[in-house]
Design a binder for this molecule. Structure first.
Ligand SMILES: NC(=O)c1ccc[n+]([C@@H]2O[C@H](COP(=O)([O-])OP(=O)(O)OC[C@H]3O[C@@H](n4cnc5c(N)ncnc54)[C@H](OP(=O)(O)O)[C@@H]3O)[C@@H](O)[C@H]2O)c1
Length: 242
């Protein structure tokens, strides 16, 4: 039953993550979200319908360090009791700071911290909670920016996103036989909230429904699901795979 499962959405206060949180709650899951910013959590709560609010557990914390992730894990286990599934949607929506010769090492560090290192530190803390659970799952959200330069000036986005793609591949290949479902949803489109949709963008609610369906159906593992169109998301919603 969905209500027996507690899904931790890392980055759940963000653009992509908030759509996933909403859809998981609509399906009856309990959902936990950690954010560094209490006001982002309040904003998230404001888009959740009243009946679902009791199923949403929020916590201020920073999963971008090993200590921060362990502290957040301890607090969550105390308040919620268990985590059965994780969706990792950390990072940022966009970076276009200019070509590499104009950048500083500290900016590259910041980009890698946000896109790759937080994905690692949170995975290190939370993967042990779900990996041996045949009814559990760990799902990474990634983007096509890791495979090519999306447009001039987005080079560091490509570097960070490529690191995240590689990290997901490493996890799949290092842990081929774990009982939990381990998947990656690679979104090759822009994702935005309904009020900010433009050409080439899909709503975070469509993405959310697709990811929630994957988590609910649990029919595949060790797979990269590439969403190239709204039709791909519809297929994922209906079938739990693409
Ligand atoms: N938006 C798009 O168009 C798009 C398209 C394809 C793929 N994606 C992928 O989707 C993922 C999320 O993107 P987004 O658009 O949702 O970005 P976003 O709106 O900036 O949200 C990212 C979330 O990551 C969290 N985060 C980052 N570092 C953290 C840390 N150290 N501790 C705790 N939380 C941390 C942020 O949490 P705080 O609340 O603490 O700030 C934020 O809520 C990215 O990996 C991106 O590659 C996005």
């Amino acid at each position: 039953m969905a209500s027996d499962r507690v899904v931790l959405v890392l980055g759940g206060a963000g653009t992509v993550g908030s759509g996933i949180v909403k859809s998981l709650l609509d399906k009856g899951f309990q959902v936990a979200v950690i954010s560094r910013d209490a006001t982002r959590l309040e904003k998230l709560e404001s888009i959740i319908s009243a009946p679902s609010k009791a199923q949403l557990h929020t916590l201020v914390g920073d999963v971008g360090t090993e200590e921060g992730a362990e502290a957040a894990k301890a607090s969550l286990l105390k308040s919620v009791g268990k985590i059965t599934d994780v969706v990792s949607s950390l990072g940022f929506s966009w970076w276009q700071g200019g070509p590499p010769h104009m950048q500083t090492l500290s900016e590259l560090n910041r980009v890698l911290d946000t896109l790759v290192l937080s994905t690692f530190t949170s995975w290190k803390a939370f993967f042990p909670l779900v990996k041996d659970n045949p009814n559990g799952s760990y799902t990474f959200i990634t983007g096509g920016a890791g495979e090519r330069l999306l447009m001039p000036g987005t080079g560091f986005l490509t570097l960070g996103a490529a690191g995240a793609l590689a990290f997901c591949q490493v996890v799949r290949e290092e842990y081929p036989n774990i009982p939990c479902k381990l998947n990656e949803v690679k979104i090759n489109m822009g994702v935005a909230t309904p009020d900010r949709l433009g050409p080439g963008y899909v709503s975070h609610l469509e993405v959310g429904e697709a990811v929630a369906s994957l988590v609910e159906k649990r029919c595949i593992t060790h797979t990269v699901l590439c969403a190239n169109s709204a039709a791909d998301l519809k297929t994922l919603i209906l079938e739990g795979r693409i």
